[in-house]
Ligand binder design. Structure first.
Ligand code: UD1
Length: 418
């Protein structure tokens, strides 16, 4: 398995183009199941996860053609069974459930795998389908769902906020008979992007971006061309990288209003953050000051930036309290950061980080996508050579990471495991 060798200790300076959002692209790709017309998605990042989703769509019978960052889909689905071998590699595969059920009245989707950050059940997805009139059974590791007379509109009340379950419910309800209401829906920018694309395909959705989404069912969806929003988590990762390496980065194709919670905290740590229409500039002012964070659904601090922020707090002036409220097992980066000399104590969902003057080089291992990139950021602050193994996780979510960081002064080299 590939590793990454990093010579750190240099400030990152320069310009980075932010790619399309992985977490927006994955549900948007599933819309290829919902129309036989041509659906063109632009700005789709070339990542292991988006490629996996394209593969899953091909399995379902969709013709998928990629040219650079443009993915064209046509034909709709002819096969309703998403098997274990395809689904286990990526949890977001469960997003085919809503579209298949809505369009074809049946779906059989393996229970998903994905990042090992907690148990991550799919009960909310299932309850949403049931709320729209589907009969759902769990058998042999599969979700088997049926709505032989089509889905019917209804009110789906989520007991907790779930991005994926909101997306599945949204995609299913656009073709349900009558009106639907999703209450306590996720408000993430990726949900807004999905609703915008669905509306461009003929759906009638209002209220996206708030916690109550209203959908008036339509009989079918047509083709459209849609550009995926930029990746706020990628932008946030580089923003933290600038702040913790005493750097100066301008992140193009990124919108500050999707990252308010992070940018506010970065200002608190002493960085100067300037936002313009389509770019964010982060200029560090020496060693960062410590700050506390609590992860929350949007517009709160994103759980997908918690590991990166913790890496920054490891070298901050003072102590930081990091509280993770979304996933119960999302501190897997902690033992690895400890190996680099960090001072972190974990008690349940809370990590207390006491900033050190510096971390030291150590061989470390990546455990999930965001944990992996937090180790890259930590290594970028360290004078000397660090080696991170099992970096295949990075390829799931960061497009051209080495190239983008390399252009800004970082020295990274991919190494093949012996
Ligand atoms: C999405 C993102 C992921 C991000 C997460 C939270 C994608 C492809 N992935 O994941 O990067 O970290 O949102 O912002 O967009 N839950 C249940 N039952 C369910 C579904 C979820 O209990 O049926 C729980 C989860 O275990 C978790 C919480 O709800 O504790 C939020 O998870 P959710 O928002 O669903 O995350 P994902 O959509 O899987």
């Amino acid at each position: 398995m590939d590793g990454l060798k990093i010579e750190g200790g240099k400030p990152l300076r320069g310009d980075i183009m932010i790619s399309g959002a992985k977490n927006a692209a994955l549900p948007l790709l599933c819309l290829g199941l919902m129309t036989s017309d041509k659906l063109v998605l632009k700005n789709v990042p070339r990542l292991a996860d988006t490629m996996l989703m394209e593969g899953l769509l091909r399995h379902h019978g969709v013709t998928v053609c990629r040219e650079g960052e443009i993915v064209t889909m046509q034909g709709g689905a002819t096969q309703f069974d998403a098997p274990y071998d395809l689904v286990r590699k990526m949890r977001a595969s469960v997003l085919v459930l809503g579209p298949l059920l809505a369009c074809y009245g049946e779906a059989r989707v393996s229970l998903p795998g994905g990042c090992a950050i907690g148990t991550r059940p799919v009960d909310l997805h299932i309850r949403a389908m049931q709320g729209l009139g589907a009969v759902v059974e769990l058998a042999d590791g599969y979700i088997q769902a049926r709505a032989s007379k089509g889905l019917s509109g209804g009110q789906v009340v989520f007991p907790m906020v779930s991005v994926g379950a909101t997306e599945n419910a949204l995609m299913a309800s656009v073709l349900a008979r009558g009106t639907s209401e999703l209450v306590n829906a996720a408000r993430e920018p990726e949900i807004i992007d999905l609703a915008n694309c669905l509306n461009a395909m003929g759906a009638k959705i209002t209220g996206h971006g708030t916690d109550t989404i209203k959908i008036e069912g339509v009989t079918d969806l047509h083709g459209a061309t849609h550009s995926v929003i930029s990746d706020r988590i990628e932008a946030g990762t580089f923003a933290i990288a600038a702040a913790m390496t005493d750097g100066d980065l301008t992140l193009h194709h990124s919108q500050g209003h999707n990252l308010d919670a992070l940018l506010m905290v970065l200002r608190e740590t002493g960085a100067t953050v300037t936002e313009s229409d389509n770019a964010i500039r982060i200029v560090a002012n020496g060693r960062p000051a410590a700050a506390d964070i609590t992860t929350d659904p949007f517009p709160g601090f994103p759980t997908d930036l918690q590991a990166q922020f913790m890496a920054m707090m490891c070298i901050a002036r003072g102590s930081s309290r990091i509280s993770e409220t979304i996933f119960e097992n999302r501190f897997m980066h902690v033992p690895e950061l400890l190996r680099m000399g960090a001072d972190i104590q974990v008690d349940g969902g809370v990590a207390m980080v006491r900033g050190r003057d510096a971390l030291s080089p150590a061989p470390v291992m990546a455990t999930d996508l965001r944990a992996s990139v937090s180790l890259v950021l930590a290594a970028l602050t360290v004078t000397g050579t660090s080696q991170i193994s099992r970096i295949y996780h990075l390829d799931r979510g960061y497009s051209k990471l080495e190239e983008k960081l390399g252009k800004c002064g970082a020295t990274l080299q991919r190494v093949k495991a012996a």
